[in-house]
Every structure is written in structure tokens, then in C-alpha cells.
Write a protein that binds this ligand. Structure first.
Ligand SMILES: Nc1ncnc2c1ncn2[C@@H]1O[C@H](COP(=O)(O)OP(=O)(O)OP(=O)(O)O)[C@@H](O)[C@H]1O
Length: 131
């Protein structure tokens, strides 16, 4: 993606406000471009509704919030790896590029598997009780 010339900035941010502005722009751009991030966010809303429905404890909310953060952060790290590799390789095949992208994807998978396990530990007993 090429920005108009007056928007292309490569020097250091001069204020905290400017740093926040670009950080939010990064979050917004990642969500716009990455389908998986939108999917994780959708899951976060559904699980939060389930947490509210089953009146989960404060401790369970803490674990869930940490898990949401872990999965979303891993997905953003994966996006950083993918875009950096595409920038460096210009979409040409390189074995190291493959390793970097596959390891980054593996990290997301591991975070997701643990998130599913945590969700199951919290919700399965509550669902069984509710049935
Ligand atoms: N430049 C490259 N050189 C070598 N292998 C690559 C390269 N780019 C991608 N690959 C291989 O293709 C796979 C898919 O890469 P891609 O960038 O499309 O990820 P993706 O499918 O968009 O990932 P995600 O599902 O996390 O969004 C990588 O895991 C890697 O094995």
C-alpha cells in the first residue's frame, strides 16, 4: 500500500499523542487487513457474552482476559512476521521466509489451543450444570 506523499512519515514521533495515534492506526489497519484477527475478536465477544450468561467468577474473568490478550497479541505478532517477510522477499520464495512464517503461524496455533483448553475448563462444567 502506498500512502500519499504528504502522509509518508519516516522520522521519530515527537509526542506521546503522536505515538498513540500511530499505535491506534496500526491496530485499526491490522484488523482491517487480517481476517483471522477479526475472527478472534468475534470469538472474544461470544465468549464474553457466555461469561456474562454463566456469571463466571472474577478469577475466571481474569484468566479469560489474559487469554484473549495472548491470542490477539500472537495474531498481531504473526501479522508483523508475515508483512516483514513479504516486504523483504517481495513475495519471492526463500526457505528462511518459510521457516519464519511457519513458526509465527505455529505460535498462534499454540496460543489458540491453550485458549480452547482454558475455555473448556471454565465453561464445560457450567454448561453441564445448566443442561
Ligand atoms: N516468501 C516466502 N518464501 C517461502 N515460503 C513462503 C513465503 N511466503 C509464504 N510462504 C509459505 O506460505 C505459507 C502461507 O503464507 P502466507 O503469507 O499466505 O500466510 P497466510 O496463509 O496469510 O497466513 P495466515 O493464515 O496466518 O494469515 C507460509 O506459512 C509459508 O509456508
Amino acid at each position: 500500500m502506498v500512502l500519499p506523499e504528504n502522509k509518508q512519515k519516516t522520522d521519530k514521533n515527537r509526542s506521546y499523542l503522536e505515538s498513540f495515534q500511530f499505535a491506534f492506526e496500526g491496530i485499526r489497519f491490522a484488523f482491517k487487513q487480517e481476517r483471522n484477527l477479526r475472527f478472534h475478536f468475534f470469538t472474544l465477544i461470544i465468549i464474553s457474552l457466555a461469561g456474562w450468561f454463566f456469571s463466571i467468577s472474577r478469577m475466571e474473568w481474569l484468566v479469560l482476559i489474559l487469554t484473549f490478550a495472548l491470542v490477539i497479541l500472537m495474531e498481531m505478532a504473526n501479522t508483523i512476521a508475515e508483512w516483514t517477510i513479504d516486504l523483504i522477499t517481495n513475495h519471492q520464495y526463500h526457505i528462511i521466509a518459510k521457516y519464519v512464517k511457519d513458526v509465527a503461524a505455529g505460535a498462534v496455533l499454540i496460543a489458540t489451543i491453550f485458549a480452547v483448553i482454558i475455555g473448556a475448563i471454565i465453561f464445560i462444567p457450567k454448561i453441564l450444570e445448566w443442561l
